[in-house]
Every structure is written in structure tokens, then in C-alpha cells.
Design a protein around this ligand. Sequence first.
Ligand code: ADP
Length: 169
Amino acid sequence: MTTLTLVRGDITRQTADAIVNAANSSLLGGGGVDGAIHRRGGPAILEECRKLRASRYGKGLPTGRAVATTAGDLDAHWVIHTVGPVFSSTEDRSDLLASCHRESLRVADELGARTVAFPAISTGAYRWPLRAAARIALETVRNTPTDVEEVRFVLFDQSAYDAFAAQIR
Ligand code: ADP
């Protein structure tokens, strides 16, 4: 049984086995959650990301996929980097957003992580409407078989929190 919880706050302040990063495919840092994770987590995370770019992910991490690194100075064992889709009003990219959540849980299971904190992937710079993103995130986590015991969505502002809370029922 996986317990779903919602908290409002900064994901870099969470204690969890794994913290999910809303990364971009370069894996070399960015704004939003990504910037905050690298700032607080320190250089060890970027160092591992660079190694991934030099080996398995020469062209970057594809959208919808996930890969783990150390969590550096964060209060976690791992950061799971996943690349959300940019929202499009002309193309339905819901499957890719669902895939981010499925793949992150798959990586968490491989690692043996039992508590995983997720941000609201794609709802910042990638402009996904909060209600739709919350529905996809919650449905996917509910429907993905996993050994993760707690999936915690960490919502940065009240509107994101409200969007998730309205659909968690
Ligand atoms: P994306 O590029 O996938 O849209 P962003 O990092 O721009 O990723 O935004 C994703 C969501 O994370 C947004 O709802 C944003 O408000 C939120 N966010 C930004 N910083 C943090 C943080 N430190 N902790 C948790 N959520 C955050």
C-alpha cells in the first residue's frame, strides 16, 4: 500500500529517501526546482549529472525518463531526475507526464527507496495547467505498482497545493 501525502513547502527542505527533480534534458541544471536542488544539494549532484552526460545520456535524458544521482547535502539518499514535457495546447503530452511519475517510481524501486518526494512536475517553466498536472500525477501514482511506502507531493505555493488537494479525495 502506498500512502499519498501532500505538503506545502520547499522540496529541498524535505527528509525522504529520494527527492524527485523536475530537471531538463541537459541534466546540467536550470531554474525552479532544479536550481534549488543544485543550490542546496551542492556540487556532488552536478558532478554525477556530468558523468551521466558523458556516458549513458550523451544526448541528454529524454522527456518522460528518470535517472538517479546522489542527493549531495540534501536530507535524502538520492535525487531522481526526470524530464517533464513542455505543455502544448495542440498536442496531448499527458503520457509523457505520466511516464515521469512511473519512471521515477521504477527508479525508486530499483534503489530501494521507501519514501519519495515529488514536485509538481512541468507546472512551472513548462507551463502545464495545475489541475490537469495534478490529476495526471495523482492518477499515475495511484495506478503504478511500487514498493514505495510514501509518495509525498511537495507543493511550493497555495494554488499548487489546492489543485492537488482538490483531487486527492
Ligand atoms: P518544470 O520545468 O518541470 O515546469 P519548475 O521547476 O519550473 O519545473 O516548476 C515545477 C513546479 O515546482 C512549479 O509548480 C514550481 O512552483 C514548483 N517549485 C519551484 N521551486 C520549488 C521548490 N524549491 N520546492 C518545491 N516546488 C518548487
